[in-house]
Design a protein around this ligand. Sequence first.
Ligand SMILES: *[C@@H]1O[C@H](CO)[C@@H](O)[C@H](O)[C@H]1NC(C)=O
Ligand SMILES: *[C@@H]1O[C@H](CO)[C@@H](O)[C@H](O)[C@H]1NC(C)=O
Length: 427
Amino acid sequence: MKVFGRNLELDHERAMISWSPFLIALLLLMSIPVVFVLAPRILPPKTMPSIPDLDEVDDLALFRRATLASAGGEGGRGGAGIRRRPASAPKIAFLFLTNSDLVFAPLWERFFHGHERLFNVYVHADPAAELLLPPTPSFRGRFIPAKATQRSSPTLISAARRLLAAALIDDPANAFFALLSQSCVPLHSFRFAYHALLADTGTPSNLPDGRRRRRSYIEISSTDPWMWNRYVARGDSVMLPEVPFERFRAGSQFFVLARRHAVMVVRDRRFWKKFKIPCLKSRVDSCYPEEHYFPTLLDMQDPAGCSRYTLTRVNWTDSVGGHPHMYQPPEISANLIKELRKSNSTYSHLFARKFSAECLDPLLKLADRLASNVPSLGFGFLDEDLVPGLDESNWLKLIHHSLFISEHHQATCFFKAKNKRLSSEIG
Ligand SMILES: *[C@@H]1O[C@H](CO)[C@@H](O)[C@H](O)[C@H]1NC(C)=O
Ligand SMILES: *[C@@H]1O[C@H](CO)[C@@H](O)[C@H](O)[C@H]1NC(C)=O
């Protein structure tokens, strides 16, 4: 028995010896998933959050619909298919990208008033934003399905693309797409802005009918001093081969795109694949994907179709933490508006940012100033120096430089301007 017992012990020992490496291996194997599950929680991630897969799937479906809806339109690949003729006059789509209340809505209402047939409004509001102000008429029912947005992340590109897609699908008459934020304000009347965009002679095209094509107004720069840092914000060579450094561009986030470029942007997958890569946390200071995606894409795909300057004025003097100067009420004056309109290009700026919410009242007062002088005009002028005399020779200037003047008021102006030649020039 004793011998038997000893043998048993020996067997047991032998078993221990032969089993233990297997056990260790097994334990190691089992620990791999644990490491995968726990490591990201213990070690801080090296990159900023990426775009959730579900959001990507939703977006892809939306962008496909927008591309299909636009096939054969101005943005279509000429020739093939039936060209869908929009039933109405060309419209401007105003795309508001916001993460707070649209505090300047009352100002925009005055800008829009009387031009309902010539524009559409679309709003992408971050779902986390607590909107306290009830939407004013032009904004009511104009909110598109939105997803979370944050700085230093490609979510701002996605949001802009959603707005473009929604506007492309919604109305084939949308010819220009102006991206704006809640802190943007108009610098001219609707009529002025509409004519500036629609009357542009555009760029020559190789279309069979020799039609000229509308231009997009987007800043495209290759001389930003921080370009290299911005290029490698996602990692040293992750942008290759699609985007070599020499082709990487910078520009203002806010633009006015012609329809064919809006289609180009929602159809894109090649550049998005790169620009959606989250930035490295260590390089987050150089992470501004939305200031690079659109200019790079358009400069690579249709450089001749873009103005290379923006129509939205911004003041970068003494900027702090990547934020431009935020105008405060004491700064609001007719002279400021005039100053902001000035541009180095042939075009006056049409919009400006950023204005603090408190600027609403002074801006409205500025727009209302004439109302008390000439009640028949209701509201609408910023060029106060033109107002006092109101002599006929000033009407033309007044009309062209007035802010928020509606068609009704325009008619009043025509009526008042007895000088027929003047009227015909305006018409
Ligand atoms: C731009 O902002 C600076 C302050 O940062 C201000 O002094 C200057 O007047 C502003 N320029 C214009 C044209 O508003
Ligand atoms: C015009 O260009 C000059 C020189 O490049 C620059 O300093 C100035 O700020 C520009 N003005 C506007 C209104 O963009």
